[in-house]
Design a protein around this ligand. Structure first.
Ligand code: PMP
Length: 435
């Protein structure tokens, strides 16, 4: 009997006692390859000496001082690091404790921005059906993942949903990538027109969709076209890079590859790389100035936001990634991972699609490659894959289909950025065996 309220109380979990590079060791001495970085978190692997030293040094100075009284050198330095590397004029970093908090703050900042500039009626959010933005009620209300939302209906203020950019299923064979992207941008345009642009606050999307769809990258100029539609109607663009950001795709910010700059961006996971709970919201000059010149107070805050040890740890993580040029490794190992997965699994009758960017890779499973019919959701294949792989010492992040029965099971791979050529070979070998 455990007194920890576990998420899945029927399931006994092993205790993790040691982390070393890309491996985790449990209490019984069994070793696991962390091929999912937990949930795309541990990008620097486990027990990195420079990160541990930075956290200890900060703890020796001071751990916590409430942000209504103090800033800290660690928070200022981390903000400088992020904003000097972020695209466009995302020059203002607001620190929180995780991804859901970063998304929640982004939604509230968008709403308050419109209040400050005298357009309080802009309150509707548009998001995509295939999306996950977090588990707090606000973030849940905009996410499109039906089974996560279902127990909590009616939600606070549900978003309007438009189609995701899901080329494997939705791009027509007679359509080029740009025509497909145009069609999706037109759908957003029509949706905004129907709602009345004067009521719409923001469009929210994961730059590369993670947990709900398994590393779905946009095609063509999808994000540039979406940005144009938003601008045409005065609607803000919020990018959720909680999973896809901080180097996961081979770029510090995934949207750099798409040549688009959002008004607000949410980041977390790889920011602290699992060493400390931390998330952040990056805001553009225009948004920041509206608060500064308006009420002068952003009406959102959390007790642990801007925690000095979390900021010190995150800065050490990001400096290590930069010093060791790990983004180059992410691009190379990601290429290798996709190539080897294609070689090993293209002939498998149930592997429909292998996709992604950098070390953010998805494998979609289907009943039949031609019809792309999803696996029967009641089989819970994703859960069996997770369990089997784990018993073989491989951590994966598989997800089940949504309850519409169309979008099926998939497996997300997000190994640490430090993984080597032979680590990738071992991951592919164990994954192939599991499938
Ligand atoms: N947004 C995205 C895209 C995510 O993948 C996640 C976590 N899976 C979240 C938000 C929520 O982050 P957290 O679990 O840190 O609250």
């Amino acid at each position: 009997m455990t007194h920890v309220f576990h998420r899945n109380p029927k399931h006994m979990l092993p205790y993790a006692v040691k982390g070393d590079g890309i491996r985790i060791v449990d209490k019984e001495g069994k070793s696991y390859i962390d091929a999912s970085g937990g949930a795309a978190v541990s990008c620097l692997g486990h027990s990195h000496p420079a990160v541990i030293a930075a956290i200890k040094q900060q703890l020796d100075q001071i751990a916590y001082a409430h942000t209504s009284f103090f800033s800290s050198q660690a928070a200022e330095d981390l903000a400088d690091f992020l904003t000097s590397r972020s695209p466009g004029d995302l020059n203002h970093a607001y620190f929180l404790s995780g991804g859901s908090e970063a998304v929640e703050a982004s939604l509230k900042l968008a709403r308050q921005y419109f209040v400050e500039i005298g357009q309080p009626e802009r309150h509707i959010f548009i998001a995509r059906r295939q999306s996950y933005h977090g588990n707090t009620l606000g973030a849940l209300a905009i996410g499109g993942n039906e089974w996560r939302r279902k127990p909590f209906l009616p939600l606070l203020a549900p978003a309007q949903h438009v189609s995701p950019c899901y080329p494997y299923r939705d791009q027509r064979s007679d359509e080029s990538a740009e025509q497909y992207a145009d069609r999706l941008a037109q759908e957003l345009d029509d949706t905004i027109q129907n709602l009345g642009p004067q009521h719409v606050a923001a469009f929210v999307g994961e730059t590369v969709v993670g947990a709900t769809a398994g590393a779905l990258a946009p095609v063509g100029d999808y994000w540039k076209k979406i940005r144009q539609v938003c601008d045409k109607h005065g609607v803000l663009l919020i990018l959720d890079e909680v999973m896809s950001g901080m180097g996961r795709t081979g770029y510090l910010f995934a949207c750099e590859e798409d040549g688009v700059v959002p008004d607000i961006m949410a980041i977390a996971k790889g920011l602290g790389a699992g060493y400390q709970p931390i998330g952040a919201m990056l805001a553009s000059d225009r948004i920041y100035q509206a608060i500064l010149n308006g009420s002068g107070f952003f009406q959102h805050g959390h007790t642990y936001m801007g925690h000095a040890t979390a900021c010190a740890g995150a800065l050490a993580v990001q400096q290590a990634i930069e010093q060791d040029q790990l983004l180059e490794n992410v691009r190379q190992r990601g290429e290798q991972l996709r190539q080897e997965l294609h070689q090993a699994l293209d002939s498998h009758p149930n592997v429909g699609d292998i996709r992604g960017r950098g070390l953010f890779v998805g494998v979609e499973l289907v009943q039949d490659k031609t019809s792309k019919q999803a696996l029967d959701p009641s089989l819970k294949t994703h859960a069996k894959i997770k369990q089997h792989a784990f018993s073989q010492g491989l951590m994966l992040y598989p997800m089940g289909g949504t309850i519409d029965g169309v979008h099926g099971d998939h497996i997300l791979l997000a190994p640490p950025f430090i993984c080597t050529e032979s680590d990738i070979q071992e991951i592919v070998k164990r994954l192939t065996h599991t499938i």
